[in-house]
Ligand binder design. Structure first.
Ligand code: AMP
Length: 404
């Protein structure tokens, strides 16, 4: 489906006034491209497959029509089940729903486990009594479902968000088992950053004549200034010091590939005057991860060093700088990592540090995004690896639409 040439406004979508209030309160003035395309399809009642990466506004693309539906139909029991790959994404979608649904009194429950026994009981209560929207990770949802108390008879929408990620994480079986607990007649919406054959297979198994929309190719979102630097592995931490020293920045996200490098790097960067640093990795328990994310959102510290646990789906506003301490192995992960900056209408900067050993992986990334990423010159006192030709100025990338 092609985007129409005419600008669509939220006012043109004939949404319930309370849904419009929610949109206004979030400060959204007009729909993003994925919202322009997806919202009318969802409102029409059709199944939908949307190829859209995070940062495009895809969450609101499905939440807005769901809120509209809840407001305009007889409201009883759980109306929508959103299945997502990670706990962080569960919480984030729930928060966006609370914002958008503020004037609608929408009830929701994030089901992600990892909390304590009291958390389980709260989830159980919500699932038994039925809230408007349930958002959860596959494993945790299934644990509740097999207990037999989950009430989903009135479910209208099933949403699979970040479907490709869920398959990568091995959730296919869990998702299929969850389907056994859902009413057969429902509207299915699937969002995925990529469309590998397994996703199409899953869509075929689950969906009924889906409308397909495709916006984001595997390209970093509009507004991200990307650059890269060839540097010896052993110099990387020192280079980050050098780049940040004396600068005034509030929100920097540094990705490293392994838990141990995250922990180490967080310690090293703590020496930079004027910056405080925290680490985020899967060894931390859920409450600590949430508290860290919240403090980061509230600008209580400036540098968050994280593994890929944060690369997809996490919505933190106004990250000024993303640093890839390592070149991600998976080229798609690069897009997700740099996508943490320049959310929606913001702009941001991303720097990738490439050791000579990582150059081949980085070239694969450039192949995927379809252009060469600007190579920054190393400051004096740093040793380069092999430096290929440098384009003239930083590349500002744009979301391109797939033809046809
Ligand atoms: P998502 O792709 O769902 O992770 O959304 C990325 C960011 O875009 C979030 O911070 C949203 O609050 C924001 N956003 C979503 N829709 C709009 C819109 N229509 N106008 C401005 N920002 C938006």
């Amino acid at each position: 489906m092609e985007n129409s040439a005419e600008t669509i406004f939220f006012e043109n979508l004939h949404l319930h006034p309370d849904a419009m209030e929610g949109i206004a309160s979030m400060g959204f003035s007009k729909p993003t491209p994925v919202q322009e395309q997806a919202i009318p399809v969802i409102l029409s009642g059709a199944d939908l497959i949307a190829c859209a990466q995070t940062g495009t506004g895809k969450t609101a693309a499905f939440l807005i029509p769901i809120i509209h539906h809840i407001l305009t139909q007889t409201r009883s029991g759980t109306q929508a089940l959103v299945i997502v790959p990670t706990r962080e994404l569960t919480v984030q979608i729930d928060q966006q729903l609370q914002g958008l649904g503020y004037y609608s009194g929408i009830s929701s429950k994030a089901v992600y486990g990892g909390g304590d026994g009291a958390g389980w009981e709260l989830e159980k209560t919500a699932l038994t009594q039925g809230c408007d929207v349930i958002i959860g990770t596959p494993g945790k949802l299934l644990q509740h479902m097999v207990m037999g108390y989950v009430q989903l008879d009135s479910l209208k929408f099933l949403i699979l968000d970040e479907a490709d990620r869920m398959l990568d994480m091995g959730f296919y079986e869990d998702i299929m088992r969850i389907l056994d607990y859902l009413p057969k007649k429902r509207q299915n919406l699937m969002f995925s950053a990529t469309m590998p054959p397994q996703i199409r297979q899953m869509a075929k198994a689950i969906m009924h004549k889906p409308v397909e929309i495709s916006l984001a190719l595997a390209k970093p979102a509009e507004g991200i200034m990307q650059s890269a630097c060839l540097v010896q592995e052993s110099d990387k931490a020192r280079l980050i010091h050098h780049l940040l020293e004396g600068k005034k920045m509030e929100s920097i996200l540094v990705f490293a590939s392994t838990k141990s490098s995250v922990k180490q790097l967080a310690k090293t960067l703590a020496d930079i005057p004027g910056f405080s640093v925290r680490a985020m990795h899967s060894d931390l328990d859920q409450p600590t991860r949430e508290a860290t994310l919240n403090s980061y959102r509230n600008r209580e510290f400036q540098i968050l060093v994280a593994t890929d646990i944060l690369s997809r789906g996490i919505d933190i506003d106004r990250i000024e700088l993303v640093i890839n301490y390592n070149v991600p192995q998976d080229a798609e992960d690069y897009v997700h990592r740099v996508g943490r900056t320049a959310r929606a209408e913001n702009t941001g900067l991303a720097i990738t540090l490439i050791s000579p050993r990582e150059l081949e992986s980085f070239k694969r990334i450039e192949k995927l995004v379809g252009y060469q990423i600007y190579r920054m010159k190393l400051p004096d006192g740093f040793k380069e690896g092999h430096a290929p030709a440098t384009p003239e100025r930083p590349h500002r990338s744009y979301n391109r639409k797939k033809k046809g």
